[in-house]
Write a protein that binds this ligand. Structure first.
Ligand code: SF4
Length: 408
């Protein structure tokens, strides 16, 4: 029987680095050579961290501006300027001040329209076509009716971007059962209705959004073809250098690169890591051992994936049973299992609801259109019954449960 090859670790950053220069990819991911820290990475990371803090709430209120700025400061100060790659402390101070200004401007622009996202920093790993693809999505918003938008923050100078990164996110998120479940829990929409509707690059320095509709199946297929070619080339150990003045000038591996007179051969341990692809083929017995190990690894990944599905389904059953029996927590296997009640809100005709709320002077009260705010409006005893009936007819509030497990 033909044994399947092991899954190849893959992500958008791996793919784009390979396309930039295959040899640079080899230095970074196969030889695992360290790179110099870069100030722009540290800056971007602190801005991302502050925005994650801002949006990481289950319901309003959102953190106030001083707390968001404090989150930025905390992340910024977790490394010294040297550890961030600064050679000039004055430049580090200027970037810090710039980050504070950027976040103040962001907060001012968006504070009135902040809405609770489906997820922030959503991380998942999905095996597809022999690739084990990891994505980490900055923010996933709900647009209503199960439609979601994928948001990626950019903090560099340039606004324009290739759409490949968002295509990768769309491709992976649309096949993620974990995301569908989470989005359904958060929004009250059916899992089968969860779909990607918009792809957004948000450029924080200019506060501008580059919004595209969901990529078509044809666009995704064309993108994925390119990704698979990169995967095949990596498996085939095609790591030829692709020099280009602009790229090489800032390359940390220049001294090792054969283009610049360096010896690029891998160490023995690196050859082992790559299953013999980078050196002389191992003798037959060793090849068999490798095949067995790779096959055992693949089998284990398949088992983990099947167990993940089982655990998710059991979790749903358990949450439903605990909600039905009105059990809020219980002890099992040395852990506390706690039921969390979540409300979802579906508004099939948002315009009609906003119109009704405005006409009846209730819009300010229900501003966030969350289950909580709508329920507060509906449970107000002073609300005239005809208004209550009209609003009730325009919304569907569902209650669901989720369980969290805490080690004792
Ligand atoms: S120096 Fe240039 S060619 Fe060599 S690895 Fe770096 S980017 Fe590639």
């Amino acid at each position: 029987m033909m044994k399947k090859p092991a899954l190849l670790q893959f992500s958008h950053s791996r793919m784009s680095l390979y396309r930039e220069c295959p040899m640079k990819y080899k230095f970074r991911y196969i030889d695992k050579l360290p790179e110099e820290p870069k100030p722009y990475f540290a800056f971007g990371s602190s801005i991302h961290s502050a925005l994650e803090f801002l949006y990481d709430v289950k319901e309003p209120p959102f953190p106030a501006l001083p707390a968001v700025l404090a989150a930025f400061k905390k992340d910024w100060e977790s490394l010294t300027p040297e550890q961030k790659g600064y050679t000039d402390p004055a430049k580090a101070d200027a970037d810090y001040a710039n980050g504070l200004e950027m976040l103040q401007a962001y907060y001012k622009k968006h504070k009135a329209t902040l809405s609770v996202p489906v997820s922030v920093e959503f991380r998942t790993k999905v095996p597809v076509d022999g690739l084990d693809v990891t994505v980490i999505v900055d923010r996933i918003d709900h647009l209503g009716g199960g439609k979601i938008r994928i948001v990626d923050y950019k903090t560099g100078k340039h606004v324009s971007r290739e759409p490949d990164q968002l295509y990768m996110y769309q491709k992976i998120l649309e096949s993620s059962a974990e995301l569908r479940y989470k989005a359904a829990m958060r929004t009250g929409a059916k899992e089968s209705d969860i779909s990607v509707d918009q792809l957004v690059f948000y450029h924080v320095p200019s506060l501008s959004e580059d919004v595209s509709p969901r990529a078509t199946d044809r666009e995704i297929a064309a993108f994925w073809e390119k990704a698979l070619v990169v995967g095949e080339n990596i498996r085939a150990a095609k790591f030829d250098p692709q020099p280009e003045e602009r790229k090489c000038r800032f390359c940390d591996f220049k001294s090792r690169c054969p283009i610049y007179g360096g010896g690029a051969g891998p160490s023995p341990s690196q050859s082992d890591f790559f299953g013999g692809l980078l050196s002389e083929p191992p003798h037959k017995a060793a090849a068999d051992v490798l095949q067995d190990k790779a096959a055992a690894y693949v089998a284990l990944l398949e088992k983990i994936s099947a167990l993940d599905e089982q655990a998710l389904s059991l979790k749903k059953e358990l949450a439903a049973l605990m909600a039905e029996k009105n059990v809020h927590s219980l002890e099992a296997g040395g852990c506390s299992v706690v039921l969390e009640q979540l409300s979802g809100l579906e508004v099939p005709d948002r315009k009609a609801l906003v119109k009704t709320l405005r006409e009846t002077g209730l819009y300010e009260k229900a501003l966030a259109l969350t289950p909580k705010s709508i329920m507060a409006v509906l449970s107000d005893e002073a609300l005239p019954p005809p208004v209550k009936d009209k609003i009730s007819a325009l919304v569907k509030i569902s209650r669901r449960g989720d369980v969290s497990v805490f080690k004792k």
